[in-house]
Structure formats: C-alpha cells, structure tokens
Design a protein around this ligand. Structure first.
Ligand SMILES: *Cc1c(COP(=O)(O)O)cnc(C)c1O
Length: 253
C-alpha cells in the first residue's frame, strides 16, 4: 500500500496508479463507514452526529486530494513540518484541517495559518500562542482540549494531554482568548487493554465541561482499532489513519 505510492507504480502511468489508489481508498472508506454505521446503530446514535477525520500523516498530498474527491471533508495531521506543505498543496479543496499532534509554542503561528481545528491544546501557554497567531492572521481557530487518560506515572505526558483536574482552568482560558473557540475534548486511549473505561472517563469529563461551556460539545476519541467503543461512549469525532489509508512506514524524526 504505502510502499507503492500513486504515480510511482512500476510500469504504469501516474493516471493508472492514482485510479488504483482511489479505488483502494474508496473501498477502505466504505468499510470504515459501515463500521461507523454498525456502531451507531448498536449505540442508538445517528451516524450524522459523528465526523470522520482522516489522519493522513505519512501519506502524500495526492491521497488527500483523492479522499476529498471521495467526499471526505475532514483531514488531520500531527506534525507541522509535514502538515504545512500538504495543506498548501491541497489548498482550494473543501477540507477542514485538524491538527492532532503535540505542538510546540513556536509552531503555533504556522499551524494557525492552515488549521481550522487544533485538537491538541494541552496548556495555557499554547492557547495564548494560538490566540496571538489567530488574531494576527485574522482567523478563528476551533480548539479542543487534549486530555491525558494515562495513569499518572513516568510515562505520563509522552503523548501529551492535560490532567483531567486541569481541564476547567484550561477551558476557561481558551474560551476567554480572542481568536479561539472552545469546541470540546480530545483523547487517545491508553496503550493496551480495554479502551472503554478510558472513553467513559472522557465522556464524564466532557459532560462536566459542557456545564460550564455548553457549546463545547465535541468529543474526539476513537482511532482505527477502537472506533466502536468510542462511538459507544459518545464520540463526535473519529481520527482514522490506518483503516483508511493503510499501514504507515516508521517515520525517522
Ligand atoms: C496517527 C493518529 C491517529 C490515527 O491512528 P490510526 O490507528 O492509524 O487510525 C489518531 N490520532 C492521533 C493523535 C494520531 O497521531
């Protein structure tokens, strides 16, 4: 799959490679949509409440274009160095860009220039930097608070996310910041084991957040391997990479 990128299939023209890739993406998309429909039906939810966000990291801009052609509206990236050129290469397509990775304050301005939603806001300083950048650019950035669902310990913080106890203060800071709106929460389930308790915990944090900020009703949870329990626990946004695009090559950072 990713080792045979579109346009570089030996013995084939670029058109042929793109057509095959498009068929592959269409089949994956149909499968993911079926999983979403089945999980929504099991949970008594309307699939229209769930936004499918394609995580396109490590895949080329041509895949983003093909996905847009297949009707996908939301894409996500986790590294600014990769996201910025990809967003530029696909400018003009009707896409909502999500940023879902750990974000250094000095990258806030770049991310604010192309992202519509930053799902990984996890500290007040980052919110402040995004606010300054958004105001300068004349843009409004939708923000989600990334919550850490890992047990406290030495590994905590590796994948980012604010401790649940610090969500209210960060929420107030985002809601008060010019150029930002508070959309809701995002989390990655802890590695290994049943993700359901973590997603249930996130649903409780989201419910508390809505008491203070009724408009902040987004819950971004669920990836390729755990979208069903995420939907069962109220996810409104799914971040799907592998199940849509195929396996990723290891990235050398
Ligand atoms: C890569 C990534 C995903 C997608 O993961 P898959 O298991 O490939 O679906 C989701 N969320 C974040 C934050 C990611 O970095």
């Amino acid at each position: 799959m990713p080792d045979a990128p579109p346009g570089r299939v030996p013995g084939e023209g670029p058109g042929q490679g793109l057509r095959e890739r498009s068929e592959e993406l269409a089949a994956n998309l149909a499968e993911v949509r079926e999983r979403i429909a089945a999980a929504c039906s099991a949970a008594g939810r309307d699939p229209g409440e769930v936004t499918l966000v394609a995580v396109t990291k490590t895949f080329p801009a041509s895949d983003v274009r093909l996905l847009a052609g297949l009707g996908l509206t939301d894409v996500a990236e986790n590294r600014d160095q990769e996201a910025a050129p990809k967003a530029a290469a696909t400018a003009g397509l009707p896409l909502t860009w999500h940023f879902v990775g750990q974000l250094q304050t000095n990258k806030a301005r770049s991310v604010a220039s192309y992202a519509d939603v930053v799902q990984s806001v996890d500290r007040p300083r980052l919110a402040a930097a995004l606010s300054t950048a958004a105001v300068r650019l004349g843009r409004t950035l939708r923000c989600m608070i990334q919550v850490s669902l890992d047990e406290p310990g030495p590994d905590r913080g590796e994948r980012g996310g604010v401790a649940p106890a610090d969500v209210p203060a960060l929420a107030d800071a985002i809601a008060a910041a010019e150029g930002l709106t508070l959309d809701g929460v995002m989390a990655v389930a802890p590695l290994g084991g049943d993700p359901r308790p973590a997603f249930e915990r996130l649903a409780g944090i989201a419910a508390d957040l809505r008491k203070a900020h009724p408009g902040a009703d987004a819950i971004s949870a669920g990836m390729s391997g755990d979208l069903e329990p995420a939907i069962g626990c109220g996810a409104t946004h799914l971040r799907i990479g592998t199940a849509l695009l195929g396996g990723r090559q290891a990235i050398v950072r």
